[in-house]
Design a binder for this molecule. Structure first.
Ligand code: ZN
Length: 307
């Protein structure tokens, strides 16, 4: 057991613990090794283990004092808002975002006019106009103390993406962040060129590139934009990622729970308590103590999100 330094605490800057359907999906897919269960007979693996109260208690016991629930659609964001309202005293915050995967079939105050046909999906024009759509102010203001960011938003060209629809949506999200003076949580996958091109119209955008999974060149460009970089369980099983090249004062720790469980717990369901494993891994990669990683990444998250 590692020594826990009592005055040190950690932050999970990106999780989905408000989203029961994510947990049900993860529960249906978990494959807990017999060996692992033998070593940890009390290891959480039953549906009952993943009720919010227990997840939050395990997080607090592991020294994770604050966690941000990330919205991925209009409805999911409002769920995150309600969850953060209920558990705000336990250190739960939320973000409003519509994930790029939602761009083609939006059912939200933004969506009605966004969907475009897939015919020009490969043309990939980078839009330049300002958005005219606005969320009713009350939607986001009603829980102002716990709303900390706009995200996750961005571009994801991995599957058959409707690129123009994603770009329109992303532009609206960038404008929303500007309107509310909030940082952004970016989801960018195989789309960094268009991502950087679109940011030219939003030079004051600030935020974190969540779950960074690209090359060194795009890492440096992200850092040059002043962004933080979100490091999660991927770093423990994807050694090719240039995590060691990220300056410590730009790293945010995140789980993306219930997904992306860090080693050595692959095959189990992820949760904010696993930030400790990610912290330990970053400590090895950076050659710094876990206490320093905890202290600095916590400070980074508090500075970016004002929490
Ligand atoms: Zn996520």
């Amino acid at each position: 057991m590692r020594a826990i330094i009592i005055y040190m605490y950690l932050i999970d800057s990106h999780c989905h613990i408000h989203d029961r359907s994510c947990y049900n999906h993860a529960l249906s897919r978990q494959q807990i090794g017999r060996k692992l269960l033998k070593g940890y007979p009390d290891f959480p693996h039953e549906p009952d283990d993943f009720i919010p109260e227990k997840i939050i208690v395990r997080a607090h016991d592991a020294g994770i004092k604050k966690m941000i629930c990330i919205g991925t659609s209009h409805e999911d964001s409002l769920n995150a808002r309600d969850f953060a309202e209920k558990y705000h005293a336990d250190g739960v915050f939320w973000s409003y975002g519509i994930h790029p995967d939602e761009a083609s079939e939006l059912q939200s105050p933004f969506g009605k006019r966004l969907a475009t046909t897939g015919a020009s999906a490969q043309a990939s024009p980078v839009t330049t106009g300002r958005s005219e759509a606005r969320l009713p102010k009350g939607t986001l203001n009603s829980l102002a103390p716990a709303l900390v960011a706009i995200g996750e938003v961005g571009l994801d060209y991995h599957n058959d993406a409707n690129r123009p629809a994603q770009q329109k949506l992303f532009e609206r999200m960038l404008q929303l962040a500007l309107d509310y003076d909030l940082p952004l949580i970016f989801h960018v996958r195989e789309a960094f060129d268009d991502f950087f091109a679109m940011l030219d119209n939003f030079p004051s955008a600030r935020g974190v590139v969540h779950s960074f999974s690209d090359n060194r060149e795009n890492l440096i460009k992200s850092l040059d934009h002043g962004f933080y970089i979100g490091v999660n369980g991927l770093s423990t099983f994807a050694p090719e990622l240039p995590i060691a090249d990220i300056p410590l004062d730009r790293i945010l720790l995140e789980t993306d729970a219930p997904f992306l469980t860090p080693a050595p717990f692959r095959g189990t369901i992820n949760e904010p308590a696993r930030i400790r494993e990610i912290c330990a891994h970053v400590s090895k990669l950076k050659g710094e103590s876990e206490a320093d990683i905890a202290r600095i990444t916590t400070k980074n998250a508090e500075q970016l999100f004002h929490i």
